[in-house]
Design a protein around this ligand. Structure first.
Ligand SMILES: [Zn+2]
Length: 378
């Protein structure tokens, strides 16, 4: 089948695809909402079962998060392609009142539509294409949708790593960057720094106190001095809290630290420096928790090769595919760390991830579906 015919197929299905996206977006499913996570997994399972394909569907329940779901197709084919995504969103239930699911001027708005419910529908649409045309993908397909990606993949990580380990290649349908796929992502670390001081009356005997707030303020400056933008490393204190009341030298304070890095060397440098922090005032003790969470996804030769393939497949039906490297991490970072080549950010073009103007572009739906399906075939 010619690439333009694959595009025709998805163009003809556009209204049905839009209807499916609308349905899955309407099932709001924030991380930690077990019931809604199960509902969305059930919706996906039902949609997959409507296809006349031999599928193995497995749901993995997690007490705190809901259901991870794995769909396997064409299991008899040699080799394996892992198609990755997540069902959780960052928007609390009810947020859809603030960003109603709707189409305006070619933009399809909705909570979690870009990150990444429309990506899930693309996966189902690719399966439908194979079911209806009788064409088969080049390898067996495993779709893995985790339910705790937005909060750090505490339970999903193990599954991602297990499924990636024997994969030849992986496609991650996370949001694109204005249509560009992601060939590099920074790694992430999260720390919490708590200080414990000595309380005292701020008017009567302040000298007997040792301020936990002052200590945190000094530590913040030290933390920010670890930034090295040229090396791709950023360290930012993003929340701060402390004090008891207005006339007491503060006994407690704390801050959280967001760390991003492009190489593991930088990750080690920052981790060592953070864990090595000493208090400025010896009467104040400091306590540090957290660590490196996701390793960086580097643009290796294999990743560059995959991108080149995507670019030329896109060109075969006049669709321009660009690439970019970003600071945000995804589960793709775990896959990259195993040495499995991957393309990330393969989702439909759009904008506003984690925001109230979140949307995808209607015009890009069929093109993206065609690109992914052709990638699976080649
Ligand atoms: Zn996402």
């Amino acid at each position: 089948m010619k690439p333009t015919q694959v595009l025709d197929y998805f163009n003809a299905r556009r209204d049905s695809t839009v209807a499916m996206i609308r349905e899955i977006v309407e099932i709001e499913s924030p991380s930690y909402d077990v019931e809604r996570s199960r509902l969305v997994a059930l919706w996906i399972e039902n949609e997959a079962r409507k296809l006349s394909l031999d599928l193995e569907i497995e749901k993995i329940p997690e007490k705190k998060f809901g259901d991870h779901i794995i769909i396997r197709a064409f299991s008899k084919r040699e080799g394996k392609i892992l198609i990755l995504g997540h069902t959780d969103t960052v928007h609390p239930v009810g947020t859809k009142i603030l960003n109603p699911t709707r189409i305006e001027d070619g933009k399809f708005f909705g909570c979690g539509i870009f990150d990444m419910k429309s990506g899930i529908v693309l996966m189902l649409e690719a399966l439908r294409f194979f079911a209806e045309t009788g064409i088969e993908p080049s390898r067996s397909l495993t779709i893995l949708l985790s339910c705790d990606e937005e909060v750090g993949s505490f339970t999903g990580r193990e599954l991602v790593e297990r499924e990636a380990a024997d994969s030849d290649v992986s496609f991650v349908l996370e949001p694109s960057a204005a249509g560009r796929v992601k060939t590099g992502r920074k790694g992430t670390g999260m720390f919490t720094l708590k200080t414990h001081g000595v309380p005292a009356h701020a008017g009567l005997e302040p000298e007997r106190g040792a301020s936990a707030v002052l200590e945190v303020a000094q530590q913040i400056q030290k933390l920010h001095s670890l930034n090295n933008i040229a090396a791709g490393t950023t360290v930012n204190v993003c929340t701060i809290r402390g004090g008891t009341t207005t006339n007491v030298i503060p006994e407690h304070a704390e801050c959280t630290v967001d760390v991003r890095f492009s190489s593991m060397d930088e990750a080690s440098r920052i981790e060592a420096a953070v864990l090595d922090l000493n208090s400025f005032d010896e009467r104040v003790s400091i306590e540090i928790t957290g660590g490196i969470n996701r390793p960086p996804m580097e643009r290796t030769a294999a990743v560059a090769g995959l991108f080149e393939k995507a670019r030329s497949i896109g060109a075969s039906f006049d669709y321009e595919v660009g690439e970019t490297q970003v600071g945000g991490a995804s589960d793709g970072n775990f896959i990259a760390a195993l040495g499995v080549p991957l393309l990330d950010g393969l989702g439909i073009a759009g904008d506003g991830a984690h925001r109230l103007d979140e949307h995808i572009l209607i015009d890009d739906i069929a093109k993206r579906a065609a690109l992914i399906t052709l990638m699976l075939m080649s």
